[in-house]
Ligand binder design. Structure first.
Ligand code: GLY
Length: 438
C-alpha cells in the first residue's frame, strides 16, 4: 500500500517509521526535508502542510492509496475532506470533527450538551465587561484560552503564567481585542497526562498512557514548549494514575466518540485527551485531533500490529485489535539553545548515529534539515526502550553525548525524582493511592 504522510516533525518520523515497518511504501509531503523521513520515503514533496491544493497534487502525482495527516493545522483547513472528495482516503478527522481541537469553544459546549464526564466550569466571552464581571463573581483561579489553534502557546493559567485573576482579566481582554472571543475555564489542580486512542468513528482502541514535560527547563520551570520529552510505563498506566482513574479517562474518550457519531460528525483518526488528574479524578483539559509530539514517539515504536493495517481499519470503519509491546519508554528532545523564544538556527549538528545505536537508543529527527542544520524548533528526539523506566531513561541519556551542537535538553525527563515529585503533588492534593511501579 502506498501511503502519503503529511508533516515532517519528530511525530511524523515516528509515524513514517511505523508505516514503513508495517510494509507501506512511504511518500512524504512536508515543509522541510526531515533526514529520517528522507531515508524512508520513496518520494518526498516540499510544501507547507496547510497548502491543501499542493498536498492533493502530490498525492495524485505519487498515486497513493491513502494519506496520513500528522499535524493539526491541515486538519483545520479541511485536508481530509478535500482528499476524500478526490477519492483519496485520509487518516484524520474531517474538518467539522477536528473542531474538537481547532475550536475550544465548540469542544467545551459539545462536552456540556453531551454530558461527557470529566467536564469543568467554563464560559466563552465576546465582551470585555461581561468577562470581567464573571471572573470577579467566579472568585476561583481561572485559565485563559484563545479559541483557535496557537501551537500550544496561547493558554495561560493563574498561578503559573498569570499572577492572579486580575492578570487573567487583562490577558483575556487582550485576546478578545485580538480574536473577538476568549474561553475562560476553572483551573484544575493536579498532574497532567496524555491518553491517545485510535478510533474509526465507532470503536475506540487505547494506547499506553504517556506523560509529557511541557516546560523548557528542569524541574518544570521556564516557558511552555511543544514538549521537551515524555515517558510511558510497561503496564500502560503511569505511576500516579490508578486503574480506576484510567477507566474514567477512557470513558470520557468513549463517550466523546459516541456523541460525535450521534451528532452526525463521526470522529475517525487519533483522538488525544489531555487530562489533568485532580484529587477527584481525571478532568479533560483539551482534546487534540492527532498524535502528540513527542507522545507518538513513545507509543509507536511499541506497536506490534502493523500501522498500515490500523490505518486501513480506521478509514474503513472496521478497526480491529491493536497490540503494544509491554515495555517502558523515555523520550528526550534536544532543542536549539534559546528555544522556544529565541532559538539559534542554521547551525550544523554532528551526530554519531552508530554510537547512538551502540548505546541501544533510537533517534527521531524533527526540526532539522537534510544537511543536519537547525531550523529553530525541537531538533532530535533520543529514545530509550526497556523493561523498566529506569533502564529506558539511562539508555536515552547515554545517547545524548553523541549529538553535538548548540542544543539543550531536560535531564529530568523520566527520572525517579521527577516522578516522585508528581506522586507528591497528588498526595498533597489529598489523593490516596498506591503508586504503580513503572
Ligand atoms: N506534546 C503536546 C502535544 O502534542 O500537543
Amino acid at each position: 500500500m502506498r501511503i502519503l504522510l503529511v508533516g515532517g516533525s519528530g511525530r511524523e518520523h515516528a509515524i513514517g517509521e511505523a508505516l514503513a515497518r508495517g510494509g507501506a511504501k512511504l511518500y512524504v509531503v512536508a515543509k522541510h526535508r526531515n533526514p529520517g523521513l528522507v531515508r524512508l520515503a520513496k518520494d518526498y514533496g516540499l510544501a507547507r502542510e496547510t497548502d491543501v491544493e499542493k498536498v492533493l497534487a502530490y498525492a495524485e502525482k505519487f498515486g497513493v492509496d491513502m494519506a496520513f495527516i500528522g499535524p493539526e493545522a491541515p486538519l483545520e483547513r479541511g485536508i481530509v475532506d478535500v482528499l476524500e472528495e478526490n477519492g483519496i482516503p485520509a487518516l484524520g478527522p474531517e474538518r467539522e470533527a477536528a473542531r474538537l481541537e481547532t475550536d475550544k469553544a465548540f469542544a467545551r459546549a459539545f462536552m456540556e450538551r453531551n454530558r461527557i464526564p470529566g467536564r469543568k466550569a467554563f464560559r466563552v466571552f465576546d465582551y470585555v465587561s461581561e468577562m470581567r464581571s464573571w471572573i470577579d463573581d467566579f472568585g476561583k483561579p481561572v485559565v485563559v484560552k484563545p479559541i483557535g489553534l496557537t501551537g500550544g502557546k496561547g493558554v495561560k493559567v493563574v498561578g503559573y503564567q498569570l499572577r492572579d485573576n486580575e492578570e487573567a482579566k487583562a490577558y483575556a481582554e487582550e485576546l478578545i481585542r485580538k480574536y473577538g472571543r476568549v474561553l475562560i475555564e476553572e483551573r484544575t489542580d493536579g498532574v497532567e497526562f496524555t491518553f491517545q486512542v485510535f478510533s474509526d468513528g465507532k470503536h475506540i482502541l487505547p494506547m499506553p498512557l504517556v506523560q509529557d514535560y511541557p516546560h523548557a527547563h528542569e524541574n518544570d520551570r521556564g516557558p511552555i514548549t511543544g514538549g521537551m520529552g515524555s515517558y510511558s510505563c510497561s503496564n500502560g498506566l503511569l505511576p500516579f494514575v490508578t486503574k480506576e482513574d484510567y477507566e474514567k479517562a477512557l470513558e470520557t474518550l468513549k463517550t466523546t466518540i459516541e456523541a460525535m457519531r450521534k451528532e452526525g460528525t463521526p470522529y475517525r483518526g487519533i483522538l488525544y485527551g489531555q487530562f489533568m488528574l485532580s484529587r477527584d479524578g481525571p478532568v479533560l483539559i483539551e482534546y487534540n485531533a492527532r498524535f502528540g509530539d513527542p507522545e507518538a514517539i513513545n507509543v509507536l515504536p511499541l506497536l506490534k500490529t502493523p500501522l498500515p493495517e490500523v490505518a486501513e481499519g480506521i478509514v474503513d470503519g472496521k478497526l480491529g485489535k491493536v497490540e503494544f509491546e509491554e515495555r517502558a519508554t523515555v523520550v528526550k528532545y534536544l532543542a536549539p539553545k534559546g528555544y522556544p523564544g529565541n532559538p539559534v538556527k542554521n547551525l550544523r549538528l554532528e551526530i554519531d548515529e552508530e554510537a547512538v545505536k551502540k548505546a541501544g537508543a533510537r533517534l527521531y529527527y524533527a526540526s532539522i534539515d537534510e544537511n543536519f542544520t537547525l531550523l529553530g524548533s525541537r531538533a532530535i528526539a533520543v529514545v530509550g526502550i526497556a523493561g523498566t523506566l529506569r533502564e529506558a531513561e539511562g539508555i536515552a541519556k547515554s545517547a545524548v553525548p553523541h549529538i553535538r551542537g548548540e542544543l539543550f535538553y531536560r535531564e529530568d525527563v523520566g527520572t525517579k525524582e521527577s516522578i516522585e515529585k508528581r506522586i507528591r503533588i497528588m498526595r498533597e492534593l489529598g489523593k490516596e493511592f498506591e503508586p504503580n511501579s513503572c
